[in-house]
Design a protein around this ligand. Structure first.
Ligand SMILES: NC(=O)c1ccc[n+]([C@@H]2O[C@H](COP(=O)([O-])OP(=O)(O)OC[C@H]3O[C@@H](n4cnc5c(N)ncnc54)[C@H](O)[C@@H]3O)[C@@H](O)[C@H]2O)c1
Length: 282
């Protein structure tokens, strides 16, 4: 597949997980953040997770050092120009992602593959602002990336067979199980998952039970590892809200519309685990 150097844009929840996973699987990884503070936060999160693995004797200190040595951080987008594959994991915002791809398209050689980790923005909407729509694919990872086995590989109409095969091989090289989906809003998992998560918020709004009991109900009643409200906090309520706008615009079904409580919490800066409070307090 010819991928050795991987560029990752964004070192938040997903970006840091992608960086950690790729470096753990032997790839050289460069990650770009908007400023030194965000970069340091993302890198120290990775360091902390790996230190925890050493403590639990899941890896040696030398292995941890080797993984960290394969990761370099930057705030300059230009530094990603020599990567074989660039994966974006910036916020779920169409203009932000398009601006980024325009810049990267001008910087990277025509051979560099581009991949978006978007949850819901169509790949074609991003690929069309570049001169390489054939070398553009979706790689939708799941949170937490080092743990979750699934990658949705999104094959847009313009994605070439070679790019698609490289994306499948890369996913497998990360120890993941790829599934293939056409370029449709929400792909497979979020198309099915989002209405369920929002119904849980609507159940909470209707006062049918406490948040804890809704979550316990779905965990013990359906064998889910995590309840829907805890999962929303884990995903990030701002990210869930952005996904809902895209799904609702694409399909128009009322079950994709964000519940009022979700909008209220986001407007109050309660974004879930990452901000210390969402549906629950952390
Ligand atoms: N949260 C999830 O569970 C989840 C799962 C799968 C996919 N995604 C998708 O992954 C993407 C990122 O989501 P997240 O949850 O990691 O968000 P996040 O808010 O945790 O992280 C986004 C990061 O991108 C950085 N960023 C913004 N603009 C940038 C730029 N131009 N260059 C470099 N960095 C930039 C921000 O500073 C921030 O650190 C979104 O498209 C989201 O839909 C999220």
């Amino acid at each position: 597949m010819g991928i050795r150097k991987v560029g990752v844009v964004g070192c938040g929840l997903m970006g840091s997980g992608i960086v950690q996973t790729a470096a753990s699987c032997g790839f050289e990884v460069k990650v770009r953040e908007v400023n030194d503070q965000f970069l340091a936060k993302g890198l120290s999160k990775i360091e902390g997770v790996l230190a925890g693995a050493v403590k639990k004797e899941k890896m040696t200190a030398a292995e941890k050092d080797a993984v960290m040595a394969r990761i370099s951080g930057t705030t300059r987008v230009e530094d990603l120009a020599d990567c074989d594959l660039v994966i974006e994991a910036v916020n779920e915002n169409v203009e932000l992602k398009q601006d980024l791809w325009r810049r990267l398209d001008a910087l990277c050689p025509a051979t560099t593959l581009f991949a978006s980790n978007t949850s819901s923005i169509p790949i074609r909407v991003q690929a069309q602002v570049t001169a390489r729509p054939d070398r553009f694919v979706g790689l939708h990872f799941f949170n937490p990336v080092p743990v979750m086995k699934l990658v949705e590989v999104i094959r847009a109409e313009t994605t070439s067979e070679a790019t698609y095969q490289a994306a499948m091989e890369f996913s497998k090289a990360l120890g993941k199980t790829p599934v293939t989906c056409i370029d449709t809003a929400g792909f497979i998992v979020n198309r099915l998952l989002v209405p369920y998560l929002f119904d849980a918020v609507r159940a909470l709004e209707a006062g049918i039970a406490t948040a804890e009991d809704i979550d316990t109900g779905m965990k013990l009643g359906c064998g889910h590892p995590m309840g829907p409200l805890a999962l929303l906090d884990f995903v990030g309520l701002d990210t869930a809200l952005a996904i809902s706008h895209i799904l609702f615009d694409a399909f128009g079904f009322p079950h994709y519309k964000a519940p009022k409580l979700l909008e209220k919490l986001v407007s109050e800066g309660k974004l879930g685990r990452k901000s210390g409070e969402g549906i629950y307090k952390y």
